[in-house]
Design a protein around this ligand. Sequence first.
Ligand code: KIV
Ligand code: ZN
Length: 523
Amino acid sequence: MSEDGVGIKDRVAIFDTTLRDGEQSPGAALNIDEKVEIARALQEMGVDVIEAGFPISSPGDFKAVQRISQEIRNCTICGLTRARQADIDAAVEALKDAARPRIHTGLGVSDVHIQHKLRTTREKALEMGVEAVKYARRFVEDVEYFAEDAGRADPTYLYRVLEAVIAAGATVVNIPDTTGYTTPGEFGALIAGIRDNVPNIDKAVISVHCHNDLGMATANALAGILNGARQAEVTVNGIGERAGNTSMEEVVMALRTRRDIFGVDTNIRTQHFYSVSKLVSQLTGIPVQPNKAIVGANAFAHSSGIHQDGVLKERTTYEIIDPRDVGVPDSAIILSARSGRHGLRHRLAELGLILDEEQFEKVYERFLKVADQKKTVDTRDLEAIVADEARMFFEETYHLEQVQVSCGSQSIPTATVRIKGPDGKVVCDADHGTGPVDAVYRAINRVIGEPNELIEFSVQAVTEGIDAVGRVTIRIQAEKPVNGGVRRVFSGHGADTDIITASAKAYMFALNRLIAARREATK
Ligand code: KIV
Ligand code: ZN
């Protein structure tokens, strides 16, 4: 038993794959510094394993796994590989400095994967898996085996594969519902079947890795845990390929809140959830839906009079989780133009937003401007300001100095922009468009000349009221391939009380990322 009375068998290891499966979300590409920043936050939060990337997939992924291995000392660092020696060699090299390295290798077990993707037979696939585990075990002691598409596989074949890879040295066996196909009853039964039918299963930890195509990723992961899985593979905010992965905050809070049912806990410091959710959303450019469980803006908001009355009398009438347990800030603290640096710094620290002096001064200046326009500046205004200033985390090649727009019901929307280029030269240009945002984007394009397609544009009022800070999130797709022949997607965000300015900032943000990626690819 540990000091909190939870035995080791009652502990579910949290394996975070935000930086690997999560980063596979369309448009979520993160640069190396951003990945390291997220890895630091995951370590602080108490995550057991960080899947830092797929080292052979790109030089950027390789470097990210390498840097995270060097800097993060309190978590197991994991690198993904296919069941191939070259992949494993790359992972071994990238993980060389990790305090606790893990190789995550494997291949498909469903007939559809074996026949159509791997174009081989069950027997050959089984042999390849065993060989990969044996090879990986030459370099590291901790080898996790993923049985891809286990949710649609023939269970008797799956049992054979698991028995063979455990005999070959796998320490963890990952049972992915790769396509999000199973229901909780089926997935729970699959894990129970593995425990009953794989003779050497006591030599490995069972891990669950669920996708959310039918909205059941969290329910399926919990069903797996109820049936004996002791590792859950999750992402912050549930981001990931297609409809995403199991969300970390949902699984952890379900285990904690319904300990009476699950009887297990995790090492996670749940007070970090809110700030880590914000960090991941800001850096990936993927907004959190307001009604998202645990970390959504409305997760603890009570709007009906009956509910407000109940909560004011006794919080637990309508709240099963104390918001402070997941780090949701107390929105009662109101900041205004009269708040000094001390008040602002204190509030930022409460939100988990630790800035250095230079960053703080920039945020303070922006805060005063917003406070002049609004009576009060609340938590979400502040987060929008800090997110906008976080653009300083990456190198800005072009800087937007000024944007001016003229539009109205009888006029042609026209925009003028002033942009400082990499050589320090300031260029002014103008264009017209179908609307004010289109005009601004066209004017920016005239100066920067990086052809791209706008594939998503969304505006959110970060706070209520006519004077709210607006937050714009966009995604653009490069017209010319950036590297490896792919037309990559880049996200950008910007916040301002003027949504045209916020739109211009978001576009500049995405364009600067595209330009930085192009520069990195040609190095
Ligand atoms: O969904 C999946 O099967 C995966 C594996 C690579 C673990 O992400
Ligand atoms: Zn996956």
